[in-house]
Design a protein around this ligand. Sequence first.
Ligand SMILES: [Zn+2]
Length: 459
Amino acid sequence: MLPTIARRLFHLQELALGRQSFRILDELRASEHWPVERRRQLQLERLQAMVRGAYEHTRYWRELMAAQGIQPGQIHTLDDLRRFPLLEKHTLRERREDMVWREEGKRLQLVRTSGSTNEALQFYTSSTREAHINAARMRGHEWVGVRRGEKELYYWGSPVELSKQDRVKRVRDWLINDGLTNGFEVTPARLKENFAAWLSWRPKCIFGYPSTFVLTVTMAEALGLELKELRQHGLTVIITTSEMLSDVDRQLITEGFGVPVRDSYGLREAGLIGHECDQGTMHCMDEQLILETIDPATLQPTDGEGELVVTNLVGPAFPVIRYRTGDIVTLAQEPCACGRTLSSIKISGGRAVEFVVTRDGKWVVGYAFIYIARSVAGIVKFQVVQEKLGAILIRLVVDERFPSDGIDLVKHKAAQRLGSDDDIQVEIVDDIAPARSGKYRPVISKVAEELHKNRAFSG
Ligand SMILES: [Zn+2]
């Protein structure tokens, strides 16, 4: 499809869904050049409106404000936001139904987070919020030279999305120039097929997880596939998301594909937070968010370094005020060579190799196990541990909803997903401690780490 037509069709789809995404995109293109003070004024106005809506339409926020002695008309400066207590993940989980303003916007829907932690969260979104997030995402992609309507390949996909990718969705994706390749299960044979398909589809940008790209580059090298050929077929940039992108990985992916890698950072429950520009600065979506940092131990505010706390200003259907993300970041407000006056964010922490390798050489991405964990009731947390080839241990923290045949169910589903004769053990544990970085790791595979280090792929 021609990019201009695809862009137009996407625009129509957004309008049909009640989303003013393109109007918001126009506004964002202007406000990213505003003086910082003017954008702070916009933040304050949005904060005031959001707090008012939260007070008038949701029980949770009304009760909380009453208990804290906050009147909705008393937000006079951005600092007044600190009168709100921090919002913890478990509160969001427990009080969800009291936090929603059901009449706001159109198409209110309950969605789930799909981040790298399995402590999945459900929250509400509406056309208003989705339009703002889509606009922010489009803006970020424009910063690195990709306009909506140009061919974007999504290299990921939940098994659900892929299996339900019926004809309607496939036609729709084709019309708006979105492509999808399964990045969940990578095998040498599939990589060869995918690579051929990409060469003929000619994506301008590929969007996916750092770990999938790293695996793809190292596996392609072992197979003698020249990923750089994609550049001659129109590829200009790789955009990563969802996981930490280390400098080493960035370099490896850049060298493998021969194009720049740009990172983005978002949390479904909080919105798109940052996106890199073509100068490599990760700019924050300041018009939509107020970002703060705290000391994770004392919970006291810090001056730009510490745990990120997010207030979303554009999701009135489900107000998120001072939400603790658990991510350690550095915030800054410095000039960037790109000319935008938006603030910037750096995320700390290292990457985890999140794959399991089956006996027959298939690399199964850690996210695949998240879907297994979600399909069985009562799994609160899980971790997949692979110490040696052929043996996979799944550790589960469960609650009373976990069925009596749950262990067999998980075993069965895991065997199905792995599609191999690996020995799978399931163990119920009291808790799973986070890694030293403080991040919970859903998959720890010594096998993958070793093979990766030695670039040992067969096929
Ligand atoms: Zn910049």
